[in-house]
Design a protein. Structure first.
Length: 394
């Protein structure tokens, strides 16, 4: 009975996910709509290829054209061209080797046994990438789908070329994909996740105690930050690739990102912030460990440090809003200035407190001093112009 409820829950969750994706695709631009457009384009390219090869030309191996066309409606125009060349080479090699083996042996079974090991090895050639698998599959189709002759071989190669032309043309001429929005979305998501991580640590420090699960939660948040950072790198690569050879864009803008795209300096900024947050999380996990080898810091300076992290979290939130409000982030700019004023105030007070041996123990100075350096580095990455270099050197 329990397993039945679990399966029903999974089915309902999947159904809700599908419905939500359809709703998001209907409401406006986004990843779901991009997937819908690309799927419809691939289906349309395959249909057009079959109409030309099977219905109009009545070719006996018409399957090759729609098969190639549907695969070559890739995520970018450049990728369609690049993958198309790789696939045509793989198909030509598989077809010609299969035809040659059948002509020499006159036996399909022997030809399959001779050709497949060779084309399987060639399919792993790095120059063919993930399109190399079309070599052995095409060789099998050539040997098993009918009599092998020079006519069927030439038709198979021409049909593959026809499908490639149709697939690439559909992708390039009908709403050619430009992946710019995903960079902003991933960058904003990374900024918000950074804010959540800092706010989580600040909240635990403000309460003065935490459970055994709290360090594990901090580690999980830090791991998620690294995953989001990797997603941002991937989105940036996709955005650059989608600009290449894209007829949807003016010729002089195909090799450089448009001004609406967040600059790569923002990627570097948040990459550095994530690294510093990871260092802070690592130190906090050591402090929370019952079997720690480092001395336990005093509670009051630890709470003050939590206030500083809360201010940094607010600054990250303002930076995230600036990413979405670009190019006129006036409201977020005011929030950032306000948060940075609080950062400077709490940083100065905590720095002064840690340098006064009358109020803090040497162990607290060592541990909180390390944490304070991490907070200063985060502050510097968020707003280099406001970072107190003189205080840091002191």
């Amino acid at each position: 009975m329990g397993h039945g409820y679990e399966k029903l829950y999974v089915v309902r969750a999947e159904a809700r996910g599908i419905v939500n994706a359809v709703v998001r695709a209907w409401r406006g631009p986004g990843r779901e709509r991009d997937l819908l457009v690309q799927s419809l384009k691939a289906a349309g390219a395959a249909t057009l290829a079959w109409a030309v090869s099977g219905w109009w030309l009545k070719d006996p191996v018409a399957l090759m054209a729609p098969w190639v066309a549907v695969v070559l409606v890739q995520a970018t125009v450049y990728r369609s061209l690049f993958k198309g060349l790789q696939q045509l080479v793989a198909i030509a090699v598989g077809t010609l080797l299969a035809a040659g083996a059948e002509a020499l042996t006159g036996n399909i079974l022997i030809s399959v046994a001779l050709v497949l090991p060779v084309v399987m090895l060639l399919s792993n050639w790095p120059r063919l990438g993930d399109q190399g698998i079309y070599g052995p599959t095409t060789a099998l189709f050539t040997l098993t789908s009918g009599p092998v002759s020079s006519l069927t071989v030439s038709h198979r190669l021409l049909q593959a070329l026809l499908g490639a032309v149709i697939g690439i043309a559909v992708n390039a001429l009908i709403l050619p994909p430009v992946h710019l929005r995903s960079v902003r979305e991933n960058l904003g998501s990374l900024a918000h996740a950074t804010q959540e991580t800092l706010a989580s640590i600040a909240e635990a420090l403000a309460e003065g105690n935490w459970s055994e699960d709290t360090p594990a939660d901090w580690r999980r948040l830090a791991d998620q930050l690294e995953q989001r950072q990797e997603s941002l790198r991937s989105a940036r690569l996709w955005s650059h690739e989608s600009l290449r050879l894209n007829p949807r864009l003016p010729w002089n803008s195909r090799e450089k990102p448009p001004p609406t795209l967040p600059p790569e300096s923002e990627d570097q900024r948040w990459s550095s912030i994530v690294a510093q947050v990871g260092a802070v999380v690592g130190a906090m996990v050591d402090i929370a460990d019952e079997h720690r080898s480092i001395p336990a810091p005093d509670q009051q300076p630890l709470r003050d440090y939590g206030r500083l992290l809360a201010d940094l979290a607010a600054a990250c939130e303002a930076r995230a809003e600036m990413i979405y409000e670009s190019p006129t982030p006036d409201g977020a700019r005011g929030q950032l200035d306000e948060a940075l004023e609080a950062v400077e105030r709490h940083h100065g007070a905590l720095h002064k407190q840690l340098t006064d041996e009358r109020y803090v123990s040497p162990g607290t100075t060592a541990v909180l001093g390390t944490l304070l350096i991490g907070a200063q580095n985060i502050w510097h990455d968020i707003a280099p112009d406001t970072w107190p270099r003189a205080t840091a050197r002191a």
